[in-house]
Design a protein around this ligand. Structure first.
Ligand SMILES: C[S@@+](CC[C@H](N)C(=O)[O-])C[C@H]1O[C@@H](n2cnc3c(N)ncnc32)[C@H](O)[C@@H]1O
Length: 337
């Protein structure tokens, strides 16, 4: 796979000035759909399917595969974290500074990742708050020698979120969940949001951050690629928390003061931002691998090589067409009564 595209080699970091951004309040007109109905939508089959994905992948992998997976996952997480921090000039969108300055505040990051990079960064900024991270992959959790530099106000715990959030009711002042679109099936978003609400204190803030997987201004091959990607994700029942519906998810969960917004981020063009986006999106395409072959009419004896060539051409198109993705976020508060 060509990871050294010429267009990416000479680029230097610069501030992008052409992002489009729009902001609108979703208002307080909440759905009347009952929580019980939402929870019923998550069948035990959904839970079985989703919880086994990563475990099966890990069980079928060699130690070298797992180490490579960990390293590349960490690289992508760091890339995306610092990309956002550079673009937004902050680690969060919700106005939670005052709440997190209060001694004894608690914050939770759901799916904190292999490196816990967001927590480590936030914990250094907000020393009066204790940060908790949960993730399904225990070997990644920052404990022991590797992460002995972690601030003392950080705690990490292994947990499959599909089994619930392992904390009592009304524990947290702030919940953050980012890039978990391939974790929950769509039938479980209502259940997931109810579980998050349960562990939030009244008046606490929730923040969700996700891409939508609809490339804007794509070329013909990139269009075909993303049609196949979305089809594959649909088939394996992923992408519950899609960027474009985050506000709606909070609205259905009966949160207050819901705000949504988005940034547009270039892929393969636009300096380091485009390069980081390329690495992340390529990671998703490579991860899906054979699940998208059928949709792409690949030719030749070696479909893996044909797929690599297809990816090269599809991503090259993004420069010509100035393709971009929208990154959405939504935040709201838990009602106090
Ligand atoms: C794309 S990464 C995002 C990491 C982090 N939130 C960030 O912004 O960098 C998705 C994370 O979800 C975790 N994950 C996947 N399935 C999970 C599950 N069922 N329960 C908890 N974490 C899960 C993965 O291990 C991975 O760390």
């Amino acid at each position: 796979m060509a990871t050294n595209r010429s267009l990416l080699q000479t680029q230097t970091l610069f501030r992008i000035t052409f992002y489009f951004s729009s902001s609108f309040l979703m208002g307080n007109r909440f759905s009347k759909k009952s929580h019980d109905t939402i929870i019923e939508e998550a069948t035990s089959e959904d839970k079985e399917n989703i919880q086994s994905d990563i475990q099966i992948e890990m069980e079928n992998s060699t130690d070298d595969d797992i180490m490579h997976f960990i390293q590349t996952a960490e690289e992508r997480e760091h890339g995306q974290h610092y990309l956002l921090k550079h673009v937004v000039q902050a680690n969060h969108f919700a106005p939670i500074e005052n709440a997190l300055k209060i001694e004894g505040s608690r914050a939770l990051d759901i799916g904190c990742g292999s490196s816990g990079v967001w927590i480590l960064d936030m914990a250094a900024d907000f020393t009066n708050t204790t940060f908790y991270g949960i993730d399904i992959i225990d070997s990644f959790i920052p404990q022991g020698e590797k992460h002995s530099f972690a601030p003392t106000n950080c705690h990490f715990q292994t947990q499959d979120v599909i089994h619930g959030i392992p904390f009592p009711d009304n524990t947290f002042d702030y919940i953050h969940q980012r890039f978990m679109y391939m974790v929950y099936p769509s039938s479980m978003t209502g259940w997931g949001i109810k579980e998050m609400k349960r562990v939030m204190k009244p008046g606490a803030t929730i923040e969700l951050i996700e891409y939508d997987l609809r490339p804007r201004q794509p070329g013909p091959l990139f269009t075909k690629l993303f049609s196949a990607v979305n089809c594959a994700l649909y088939k394996i029942n992923k992408s519950g928390f899609r960027g474009e519906i985050l506000g709606e998810i909070l609205k259905r969960g009966d949160f207050n003061d819901i705000t949504t917004d988005y940034w547009s981020l270039p892929i393969c063009w636009g300096g380091e931002v485009g390069k980081t986006m390329y690495i992340s999106v390529l990671g998703v395409c490579v991860w899906l691998g054979s699940k998208v072959y059928d949709q792409l009419d690949l030719q030749g004896d070696n479909l893996e090589e044909s797929y690599d060539r297809f990816l090269d051409k599809a991503f090259d198109e993004c420069v010509e067409y100035q393709t971009y993705f929208n990154l959405h976020w939504a935040y709201g508060t838990k009602p106090t009564v």
